[in-house]
Design a protein around this ligand. Structure first.
Ligand SMILES: [Zn+2]
Length: 185
């Protein structure tokens, strides 16, 4: 299971050692950001962390948070995720089972973790078949969480209306306005 706040100190010490080994000062601000990430099992954005820190009367500024997160990621203690939301999310890697995958709700932004031994086996078998030595892999399932479905959210459809009809008519090039490429003069 994930660490509670009470167990954070040893990991702050590891981060402190990483900073010293790289000639960087162990500042109060860096420790505060690290503590905020280590104390939560969630996949937090910079906005989330800024809010948590402010709730603890710490106004560090987003630039400090970004820079500290960068160091935490480079230290290997924190993992960075890009779920295509226009911002990154961060989670600590201190759980006993760091290999897991994510379901991301496109309505609420909720992130649910799951683990699958079967998936792990498929990854290993696939890599082996290609003579590939795997280091890591990612699987993100996007969609609507149960809560979002129950609150009436529906999956937005962003594609063209009927691809079969266009392909069958032999006039596939007829609608060129969709790509927004007509503005280069
Ligand atoms: Zn996760």
């Amino acid at each position: 299971m994930r660490l509670g706040p009470a167990n954070v100190e040893p990991y702050l010490a590891i981060f402190g050692r990483y900073l010293r080994e790289h000639g960087l000062p162990v500042t109060h601000q860096r420790r505060a950001v690290a503590r905020a990430v280590f104390s939560s099992p969630r996949h937090q954005s910079v906005e989330d962390l800024d809010r948590v820190l402010r709730e603890n009367d710490l106004r560090l500024g987003k630039a400090t948070i970004y820079r500290t997160l960068d160091l935490l990621v480079r230290s290997g203690l924190v993992e960075e995720h890009d779920f295509g939301e226009g911002f990154k999310r961060y989670e600590h890697r201190l759980s006993r089972d760091p290999v897991h995958h994510h379901l991301v709700c496109i309505e609420s932004g909720e992130v649910i973790e799951f683990r699958s031994e079967e998936l792990q086996r498929i990854v290993e078998e696939t890599a082996s078949r290609h003579g590939f030595r795997p280091t890591h892999h990612k699987l993100v399932i996007f969609g609507l969480s149960r809560a979002s479905q129950e609150s009436g959210a529906e999956v937005p459809y962003r594609g063209i209306t009927c691809p079969i009809e266009v392909a069958g008519s032999g006039e596939a090039g007829a609608s060129s306005e969709a790509g927004g490429s007509a503005d280069n003069t």
